[in-house]
Design a binder for this molecule. Structure first.
Ligand code: HEC
Ligand code: HEC
Length: 205
């Protein structure tokens, strides 16, 4: 269905020529500016950048709207995420949602991953199902992302510097309140290794 809409759109652009292309830029052109950081088709090759290939449409839109209205601060996206219209954000959401999510192939510490798995089961699994690999409309996948990205993102969340939009992720706050700083740092590392250890592509199908 999405493919048909996109094919129709592209055909329309070709007939309409340049002015139509400017008024109604095609999704690939919009997405092109993102790939320098997010990697080919949004598949990240750098450990500090999340993969956005295969990102659920709803989660993508919520994140981009958050960067645009500054309710979701980022280290980089606060500068690169603004300035897009609702239509452009939705086109990019379609484009990235159609790409295949591939878990990062990376080294991890098995003992830390095992410990992280226990924390995950107890505190996170209720929402981030399937070890964080589940595809759900409004939830970014956390399994299979690069470990350094996961670690700094979670530190941002836990430090409350990245206010968690829409409240649901607020569970993290309860989790943080039950722990000392050093316990938090350890648990975050363990969680990052656990999610980073979920490398079997079959988990994501
Ligand atoms: C200069 C590098 C850079 C560019 C260019 C860039 N991004 Fe990002 N993006 C990042 C980083 C780094 C993050 C992690 C959040 C942060 O630190 O800002 C991120 C986070 C995101 C997220 C949230 C992902 C998640 O799992 O929560 C989305 C969605 C996103 N970017 C979309 C885009 C789109 C769409 C574009 C192009 C219009 C783009 N980015 C351009 C580096 C970049
Ligand atoms: C009540 C449901 C819920 C629970 C429990 C929960 N989360 Fe989340 N989490 C979310 C939602 C929803 C988001 C998307 C952002 C938002 O809307 O708050 C999210 C976002 C995230 C992100 C950001 C992903 C990205 O790429 O932007 C990370 C990392 C994360 N959660 C980790 C965890 C960890 C670790 C735990 C357990 C300690 C946990 N979450 C518990 C619902 C939950």
């Amino acid at each position: 269905m999405k493919k048909t809409i996109q094919a129709g759109l592209l055909a329309g652009l070709m007939v309409g020529g340049m002015s139509a292309a400017m008024a109604d830029p095609d999704p690939e052109m919009l997405a092109f500016t993102c790939l320098g950081c997010h990697g080919p088709n949004g598949q990240s090759v750098g450990p500090a950048t999340p993969t956005i290939a295969g990102m659920p449409r709803g989660a993508f839109i919520l994140a981009m709207e958050g960067y645009r209205d500054n309710s979701l601060p980022g280290t980089v996206m606060d500068r690169h995420g603004g300035g897009y219209s609702d239509v452009e954000i939705r086109k990019m959401a379609d484009f990235f949602a159609e790409q295949t999510y591939r878990p990062a192939q990376q080294d991890y510490d098995s003992a830390l991953a095992a410990r992280g798995g226990e924390v995950h089961e107890e505190h996170c699994a209720a929402c981030h199902e399937n070890n964080g690999a589940a595809y759900e409309e409004d939830l970014p996948r956390i399994a299979g992302q690069w470990i350094p990205y996961l670690e700094y993102t979670m530190i941002d969340y836990f430090r409350y510097e990245r206010p968690i939009p829409r409240g649901k992720g607020g569970r993290l706050r309860d989790f943080a309140e039950e722990r000392s700083r050093s316990q938090m740092a350890e648990d975050i590392r363990a969680l990052a290794h656990f999610y980073g250890s979920q490398q079997d592509p079959a988990l994501y199908e």
